[in-house]
Write a protein that binds this ligand. Structure first.
Ligand code: SF4
Length: 267
């Protein structure tokens, strides 16, 4: 007798953690935080950068503390948000569309709908993420993603927790998944004196990155206090008020550690 397989009648308990499948409709709504129409640092070329609201992390140096928490505020359909992107098509033809945040993967369906329309219009797509909820990115979404800017805030689990409030495991898992799929990645690492700059931390990160075959570029971002004013205005505590920006020598030291593992870096 040949056994027949029956579909389970109830979803497995971990179903919420599985990536969505299928293609979301253009009417999918997203919580948009803000827009930068001529961005030059979040991916190659001149880019339309869409910042989404909501982030589960609490990075001590976050520039957008007002984008943290659950996605909230005004919503837009992907169709409406993309109509605005199209107004700048001639400027971003050689760059593209970047979706950042906040954490864009909290609204993975919205990102997917946007990227699908971008690809249909011949635009390059970049996803800027901490990778903490990388499991929410479906393979179909990653197929529409030309580049992932993956922020690895720290390699040391303890430091990562201190800097962001969450553990680093999901980010590293997402990095390996992207490698296995062959998604092109730029790694970004913020160098914060006295916080993320220990030899052990940088060495661990450099060694990890050297094992990945899909990394096109590694950027070391020297810590700066551009976001401090936002904290003051919103009455939020800013923990890094006494932290200096790294000196040229400290940045070079970090670059040298990466170089020891054969990893070229950019600042
Ligand atoms: S991941 Fe980005 S948006 Fe979220 S808290 Fe960190 S710096 Fe801010």
């Amino acid at each position: 007798m040949i056994a027949t397989l029956e579909a389970p009648t109830t979803a497995p308990a971990c179903a919420y953690a599985q990536p969505a499948t299928g293609v979301p409709a253009p009417s999918t709504e997203g919580f948009v935080h803000s827009v930068e129409t001529c961005g030059t640092v979040d991916g190659p070329g001149v880019r339309y950068v869409l910042f989404l609201h909501g982030c589960p992390l609490r990075c001590q140096y976050c520039h957008n503390p007002d984008a943290q928490g659950k996605p909230s505020g005004a919503t837009k359909t992907a169709e409406d948000a993309f109509a605005d992107v199209l107004k700048y098509k001639s400027f971003i033809r050689k760059g593209g569309l970047t979706i950042s945040g906040g954490e864009p993967l909290l609204q993975a369906d919205f990102v997917h709908a946007m990227f699908r329309m971008a690809k249909e219009n011949g635009l390059h797509t970049t996803l800027d993420t901490s990778g903490f909820v990388g499991h929410k990115a479906s393979d179909e979404l990653l197929d529409e993603t030309d580049l992932v800017l993956l922020d690895i805030k720290s390699f040391s689990p303890m430091t990562h927790k201190m800097v962001t409030g969450v553990c680093v495991d999901q980010t590293l898992k997402f990095a390996k998944r992207l490698d296995a799929r062959g998604n092109k990645v730029w790694i970004r690492f913020v160098l914060v004196p006295g916080l993320t700059d220990s030899e052990k931390n940088i060495d661990g990160l450099a060694e990890f990155v050297s094992t990945l075959g899909n990394v096109d570029r590694v950027e070391i971002l020297p810590f700066h206090k551009m976001g401090e004013g936002k904290y003051r205005r919103s009455g939020l505590p800013y923990k890094l008020g006494n932290t200096p920006t790294p000196t040229d020598g400290e940045v070079q030291r970090a670059r040298d550690i990466f170089a020891r593992h054969g990893v070229e870096t950019f600042v």
